[in-house]
Design a protein around this ligand. Structure first.
Ligand code: LIP
Length: 249
């Protein structure tokens, strides 16, 4: 494991400790929206991760849900979601994670996703096998949509909810089950280790899915990310095992 990956794992675990220690406690809310919540803890978690990464690599850049830091002209960009699944966290639903990826130029070269409540850590670096708690993982081998479990996300706006409903309605009849679990990064980690057969969402940010992308592809799956015409820096995503015809077009 090279130093970049070791450092990303260390940062994810340290942020995970912060989230575990504050889980279920009174939380300072910085923004309460119709379909989203922003917590001060999001900012604290990203600051902890940023301080550790940029202390180790002061010449790098960081791009996260809570802002940018470091040398933005660097070829190395850390892409960070300090709490993916913030609404779950606020409501005491133990399904959230920290997601950290490193991009070199245009290529994502490592990803770490850490669920501090289940103590599950997914990690991968370019050219190596993806691991869950140190054991190799691969996508599911199920071949039929009728055997599949799919996770569908609807993001945070009426537009994305309206956009996601037709697909959800189509899939709910054809797949064994559809789930809405509220964390894009965990959905992708679950696709990578075969728990889910696919994850589809109309509008996510790069920090939600950057680590999941390299993880799913290294585990044998497929990830299609398309930028949205209606909002800058938002993407629609289909991440799957690649073994089932989802017919999502
Ligand atoms: C969340 C995503 C989820 C999406 C939510 C939200 P956050 O990220 O992981 O897939 O449906 O709207 O964007 O905001 O909790 O980091």
């Amino acid at each position: 494991m090279n130093d970049f990956l070791k450092t990303a794992v260390e940062a994810a675990r340290k942020a995970g400790e912060l989230l575990r220690d504050n889980f279920g406690k009174e939380l300072d809310v910085s923004e309460m929206l119709a379909h989203d919540i922003k917590l001060d803890l999001d900012v604290r978690s990203q600051k902890l991760i940023t301080d550790l990464l940029l202390k180790r690599y002061p010449e790098h850049a960081l791009y996260g849900e809570e802002g940018i830091a470091g040398n933005q002209s660097s070829a190395y960009h850390w892409i960070v979601d300090p709490i993916d699944g913030t609404v779950n966290y606020f409501y005491g639903v133990p399904h959230f994670c920290i997601s950290i990826a490193l991009r070199h130029g245009e290529e994502i070269i490592l990803g770490v996703i850490y669920d501090p409540m289940r103590e599950e850590l997914w990690e991968v670096e370019k050219g190596s096998r993806p691991l869950l708690n140190g054991a190799p993982i691969h996508v599911s081998q199920r071949q039929k949509l009728s055997d599949a479990i799919l996770s569908v996300g609807f993001s945070k706006t009426r537009t994305t909810i309206d956009g996601g409903l037709p697909l959800f309605e189509k899939m709910i009849y054809r797949a064994r089950k559809c789930r809405l679990m509220g964390s894009a990064a965990l959905d992708m980690a679950y696709v990578a280790c075969g728990r889910l057969d696919a994850y589809v969402e109309q509008s996510v940010s790069l920090w939600d899915v950057a680590a999941g992308k390299i993880l799913v592809e290294a585990a044998g799956g497929k990830v299609a990310i398309q930028s949205r015409d209606d909002s800058k820096d938002k993407y629609s995503i289909v991440a799957s095992s690649g073994n089932i015809n989802l017919d999502v077009d």
